[in-house]
Structures are given as structure tokens and as C-alpha cells.
Design a protein around this ligand. Structure first.
Ligand code: HEC
Ligand code: HEC
Ligand code: HEC
Ligand code: HEC
Ligand code: HEC
Length: 481
């Protein structure tokens, strides 16, 4: 009877006789231990380095699988100079016809099956941890450092910093998973050959309809009523005077269980369908808005610009959350908002005379890089205060240093010269600054044939309770002071 060790040596001989198998076996043997340790570390979440997963899943794992494929190709297809005499059809049929050889073949099959089991097990583990890796924030946000730094950084400072990238960008279901991996591969290549656009183009036209992602967590049909909206600002005077704007924002609801859809979230009621045509990629120039009511009647609001301009393109889009909430997490502030936030939170001390004014001047200058901006802001601020308020520099250096850090942060968190992202590159549509946002439709210029317009009435959306007032009366009233 043939011993088990002989079978192993036959197997190894078979591999050794085929160069293809030999290469495969080397690759598999070399990558297996690294892969196993790597997968275990990943399974227990012991390593959080973006390059670790990248090397593991993009190089080691493919080498392992390719090695396996080569071994079998070598055994079955590409034989070496001598006949391999193992696993081939002739060999098997010859052996099987001789009863005493049968047992050897059985052992061979047993060996091959157990090896296959081990490999299948490793591959399943690999698929599992690999799936999680490609869905992780490290993969989406940190791997392509320079390219994703702005998106990752704004995301990390936003209310959604604990929502994973894939929950908005992919959502659930296999179709979008496959689509995203295809476009992801294209993006990875673009990073390698540096062919990506700077800045990355928006709006993202291939984004999954927001209602399939946002509504996994939010249900605007259950919103109700008005929301008190208070915006803190600071003036450019010596005292950096704190003022507030107070609105009663008609957030409204999408309508639920008999309550009518109303207010701002009326647009996303399941009974209203709003589509619009726009002639530009940015969706700023909206030509025609069509509202389809629950009974199927259509109301068309036309700006009178007619169809697409001569030779130009025309796009059609169904309105969803992103037509207002285009910046739910990659929030780029305006220079005013950035400074006001730092002043409000105390990151920039308001005691420092004119800091709002000088800070604004400094952060809105052009710089070539983050480092240059940091140095310039620090040098200029010190210089300015030494000249105008020497007592600050002499007696209160910590205050000035704090202000410098705050002003630098206001710049660094919103502007990325390397990706050509300046102030206002990515604007929010959630209001009507510069006649954008809501005013793309609500401009009293989109008209039906009977002369109705999409209203620009200020009170349709909010009631202004105070505008840029210091200590507004209305807040005192509400607080009972
Ligand atoms: C709360 C949902 C949400 C999360 C979480 C999220 N994104 Fe986005 N992201 C969006 C939306 C919406 C847009 C589209 C903006 C547009 O079309 O104007 C976008 C756009 C982008 C863009 C295009 C550039 C831009 O700023 O518009 C990139 C790149 C991007 N996201 C990467 C990421 C990465 C990386 C993560 C995780 C670190 C992430 N996103 C997490 C919602 C999200
Ligand atoms: C996986 C769950 C999840 C998804 C998906 C998600 N969000 Fe959120 N969102 C949250 C959570 C949690 C908060 C509350 C954060 C907090 O208040 O600290 C939030 C907060 C918000 C807020 C309030 C922000 C503020 O300033 O207080 C808005 C607006 C919002 N989300 C819009 C969206 C939009 C639009 C999308 C789709 C592009 C989306 N969300 C997708 C979980 C999610
Ligand atoms: C017509 C524009 C518009 C559309 C469409 C829209 N929203 Fe809003 N949403 C707003 C405005 C304006 C606010 C209030 C802004 C603020 O709090 O600063 C708001 C507030 C919110 C909030 C915070 C609510 C709160 O009480 O603080 C969430 C969450 C939200 N929207 C989710 C969604 C989701 C999900 C969708 C899509 C199904 C959606 N919105 C569609 C304009 C819109
Ligand atoms: C794509 C076009 C479009 C955009 C962008 C848009 N709206 Fe509208 N909105 C409409 C249309 C169409 C109506 C219905 C007008 C009518 O029937 O008279 C409407 C109606 C409304 C209403 C009245 C709802 C009711 O109770 O009947 C409010 C409030 C409103 N919009 C707020 C907003 C706000 C706030 C924004 C920006 C954050 C915004 N809209 C952006 C198209 C738009
Ligand atoms: C279609 C809805 C809509 C209409 C019409 C509208 N607004 Fe607004 N407005 C908004 C929304 C939404 C915001 C809140 C933006 C945000 O969340 O930052 C806002 C914010 C404001 C603010 C505070 C902005 C700030 O940052 O200080 C002022 C002031 C304002 N609106 C004035 C007006 C005036 C005046 C009119 C009438 C000519 C008007 N709005 C018409 C939707 C509207």
C-alpha cells in the first residue's frame, strides 16, 4: 500500500515539474502566513492604518489567489517537460482501472479536498474582511490622502462624522455596491495616474437618489412645525460686536397619517413629484420646473428661457434632498461663517480689537499652500498688532497666539490650495446666498401659463424676527428675561 507521505511527495513532484505550478506554489506559500495574520488583525479591528488594508487586499490577497490558480493550471494544463502524471485525465482513468491503485487516488482526492477546504475558508474570510475594508472610512477617506483630505476633513467636523461614507454614497443593495466598486476602481486609477479633476466636480451627477440613502435615517414626513433659527455673527468694528439673526424657519413636513404636507419639506412628500430642467452642469440655471400632483395633473413653471440654449445641453432631474441639502457633511463655510463660528466658540478671543476685520482680510487672501497660509497669517497678525496695539503684544501674547491659531483654523478647515478649493468653490444650496439655492426656483420668474409663480414671498419660508441685531428683543422675550 502506498503511504500518505508518498502522495504528498507525488503532489509536490507534480507541482515541481511544472514551472507554472512552481511559481504559483511560491506565491501562495509566501503570501499565506502574511494573509492569515493580516486577516486576523483585521477581524479583531486591531489595526487602523489605511495602507495596511490597501497592501493586504490589493497586493497580498491577489497574489495568494493568483498563486492558487497557477498551481492548478500547472497541474492540469501546462505540464512540464516530463509528463506530470498526476491529476491528469489519463492518469486518473489508468489508476482507477487498477483496483489496488484505487486507494492511492482516494488519498490524493482527500488531500486535494482538504487543501481546497482550507483555501475556500481563507477566501471566504478574505471576502468578508475585504468587503468591510472597501466599505470603511479609511479606504474611502484616508487612502487617497491629498485628493480626499478636504472631503474627509469637512466630514469629520460635521454632524455626520459618525455616519460612514458608504451610507450616503452607496446605501444598501447589491446594484449600488457593484456600481460603486466600478466607479471606485476608475477613481483609484485616476489617483494613480493623477488625472482627477481639481477641484472634484460637483454636483455629483452619479449620486444615488438621496431618498434611498438619507431616508434610511431621516423621515421628513414626520417633521413638523417651525424651527427657531439663530445665527450668530460678529461685526468688523473695534469691539467685534456680537449680533444675531433670528428666524422662525418653516421646516414643515412631508405629511404623514392625515397631516398635510406643508412648509419646506412639502417638496419631499411622497405625493408631490418635482422635476426640473437645467442647462448647466452645476444646476444653477433652472429653466423649467414641473410639479406633478397626486391626481396626476401637472403644473409647469417656465422661466421663459425656453428649452436649452442654442447648441447647449439640457438635463432633467427629479428633485430630492440634495437639491437643498447638497452639503450635509462636506460643509465648506464662507469666510464670514468660518470666522463667526470661531469667535462664537471662543477659539478666536473677541477681546482682541478688530480681530474680526483683520482675520477676514487675512483668510481671504490667496495662498499657495496650507503651510504658507499658516506662516503668513501668524506673521501678519503679529505685525499688525505690534504696530497698532503694542500693548497686546507686550502684555497679552497668549491671547494673540490663541487668535492666530483660531484664524489659521478658519482658513485650514475650509480652503485647500492643493485641490484648488477656495472660498465658495462648494456652495450650499440650503438658503439663498447670492440668489442661488432656493432662489433658483423661488424667484418669481418661473411662471405657469396662467401667471402663477413659484413664490419669493419671504414669509413663505420664514418669519424674520431679528436681523443682525445686538441683544435682540425677541430672544429676551422668549427667554423671559
Ligand atoms: C451624510 C451623507 C454623506 C456622508 C456620510 C459622506 N458624504 Fe460625501 N457627499 C455627500 C453628498 C450629498 C455629496 C454631493 C454633493 C453635491 O453633489 O453637490 C457628496 C460629495 C462627495 C464628494 C464630491 C466632492 C464634494 O465635496 O462634493 C466626495 C469626494 C465625497 N463626497 C467623499 C466622501 C467621503 C470620502 C466620505 C467619508 C469620509 C463621505 N463622502 C461621506 C454626502 C455624504
Ligand atoms: C446612517 C444614518 C444617516 C444617514 C444615512 C444620513 N444621516 Fe443625516 N443625520 C444623522 C444623524 C445621527 C444626525 C444627527 C447628528 C447630531 O445631531 O449630532 C444627522 C443630522 C442631519 C441633519 C441636521 C444637521 C444639523 O445641522 O443639525 C441634516 C440636515 C441631515 N442629517 C441631512 C441628511 C441628508 C440630506 C442625508 C442624505 C444625503 C443624511 N442626512 C443621511 C444620520 C444620518
Ligand atoms: C426644499 C429644500 C429641502 C428639501 C428638498 C429637503 N430639505 Fe431638509 N431641510 C431644509 C431646510 C431649509 C432645513 C432647515 C435648515 C436648518 O436647520 O438650518 C431642513 C432641515 C432638515 C433636517 C433637520 C431638521 C431639524 O429639525 O433640525 C433634516 C434631518 C432634514 N432636513 C432632512 C431632509 C431629508 C432626508 C430630505 C430628503 C428626503 C430633505 N431634508 C429634503 C430644506 C430641505
Ligand atoms: C427645483 C425647484 C425648487 C427649489 C430649488 C426649491 N423649491 Fe420650494 N417649491 C418649488 C415648487 C414648484 C413649489 C410649489 C409652488 C406652488 O405650487 O405654488 C415650491 C413650494 C415651496 C413652499 C411652499 C410649500 C407649501 O406649503 O405649499 C415652500 C415653503 C418652499 N417651497 C420652500 C423652499 C425652500 C426653503 C427652498 C430652498 C432650501 C426651496 N423651496 C427650493 C420648487 C422649488
Ligand atoms: C423659498 C424659501 C425662502 C424664501 C422665499 C426666502 N428665504 Fe430667506 N432663507 C431661507 C432659508 C431656508 C434660510 C436659512 C438658510 C440656512 O439654513 O442657512 C433663509 C435665511 C435667511 C436669512 C438669514 C441669512 C443669514 O445667514 O443671515 C435672511 C436675512 C433671509 N433669509 C431673508 C430673506 C428675505 C428678506 C426674503 C424675501 C425677499 C427671503 N429671505 C426669502 C429660505 C427662504
Amino acid at each position: 500500500m502506498i503511504k500518505f507521505t508518498q502522495i504528498i511527495s507525488a503532489f509536490i513532484n507534480g507541482i515541481a515539474r511544472s514551472r507554472v505550478s512552481l511559481v504559483g506554489a511560491t506565491m501562495t506559500t509566501a503570501s499565506f502566513p502574511i494573509l492569515l495574520v493580516g486577516i486576523i488583525l483585521e477581524l479583531f479591528g486591531l489595526i487602523h492604518n489605511q495602507y495596511f488594508g490597501f497592501v493586504l487586499y490589493m497586493f497580498i490577497a491577489p497574489a495568494f489567489i493568483l498563486g492558487l490558480v497557477l498551481i492548478f493550471l500547472g497541474l492540469f494544463v501546462f505540464k512540464g517537460k516530463e509528463a506530470v502524471g498526476l491529476f491528469t485525465h489519463e492518469y486518473l482513468s489508468e489508476k482507477l482501472s487498477v483496483p489496488e491503485n484505487f486507494i492511492k487516488v482516494r488519498k490524493l482526492i482527500f488531500l486535494a479536498t482538504s487543501l481546497t477546504f482550507v483555501n475556500v475558508f481563507v477566501i471566504i474570510l478574505l471576502a468578508y474582511t475585504g468587503y468591510h475594508y472597501t466599505e470603511s472610512n479609511e479606504f474611502c477617506g484616508q487612502l487617497c490622502h491629498t485628493v480626499m483630505a478636504p472631503e474627509y476633513s469637512t466630514y469629520s467636523n460635521s454632524p455626520h462624522s459618525r455616519v460612514k461614507c458608504v451610507e450616503c454614497h452607496i446605501g444598501s443593495g447589491a446594484t449600488w455596491y457593484a456600481k460603486s466598486k466600478l466607479s471606485g476602481t476608475r477613481q483609484l486609477l485616476a489617483v494613480v495616474v493623477k488625472s482627477y479633476a481639481t477641484p472634484i466636480e460637483t454636483p455629483v451627477h452619479g449620486l444615488r437618489p438621496a431618498r434611498e440613502t438619507c431616508e434610511e435615517c431621516h423621515r421628513p414626513e414626520l417633521f413638523h412645525g417651525d424651527k427657531l433659527y439663530i445665527k450668530d455673527k460678529f461685526l468688523s468694528d473695534e469691539k467685534n460686536t456680537h449680533v444675531q439673526t433670528v428666524l422662525l424657519l418653516k421646516v414643515g413636513s412631508g405629511g404623514y397619517r392625515g397631516s398635510e404636507a406643508h412648509g419646506i419639506h412639502w417638496h419631499v412628500s411622497e405625493h408631490n413629484k418635482i422635476t426640473y430642467t437645467h442647462s448647466d452642469w452645476e444646476r444653477e440655471e433652472i429653466n423649467q420646473v414641473t410639479l406633478t400632483k397626486p391626481d396626476g395633473t401637472m403644473v409647469v413653471f417656465d422661466k421663459g428661457t425656453g428649452e436649452a440654449p442654442e447648441g447647449g445641453q439640457s438635463y432633467v432631474r427629479e428633485m430630492d434632498c440634495i437639491d437643498c441639502h447638497n452639503r450635509p457633511t462636506h460643509i465648506y463655510k464662507s469666510p464670514d461663517e468660518a470666522l463667526d463660528e470661531k469667535l462664537l466658540l471662543g477659539a478666536i478671543p473677541t477681546e482682541l480689537p478688530f480681530i474680526r476685520k483683520i482675520g477676514y482680510e487675512l483668510i481671504t487672501r490667496e495662498y499657495g499652500s496650507h503651510d504658507e497660509a499658516k506662516n503668513q497669517i501668524a506673521t501678519e497678525l503679529r505685525g499688525w498688532y505690534r504696530l497698532k496695539y503694542p500693548e497686546v503684544v507686550d502684555n497679552n501674547m497668549p491671547l494673540l497666539d490663541k487668535a492666530i491659531a483660531g484664524v489659521q483654523a478658519a482658513y485650514l478647515e475650509n480652503v485647500w490650495p492643493t485641490m484648488k478649493i477656495g472660498w465658495n468653490t462648494y456652495r450650499s444650496l440650503l438658503g439663498h446666498s447670492d440668489n442661488s439655492g432656493c432662489f433658483r426656483c423661488h424667484d418669481d420668474e418661473h411662471e405657469t401659463s396662467s401667471g402663477e409663480t413659484i413664490s419669493m414671498d419671504c414669509e413663505a419660508c420664514h418669519i424674520i424676527l431679528a436681523e443682525d441685531e445686538a441683544n435682540p428683543e425677541i430672544l429676551k422675550t422668549i427667554q423671559g428675561i
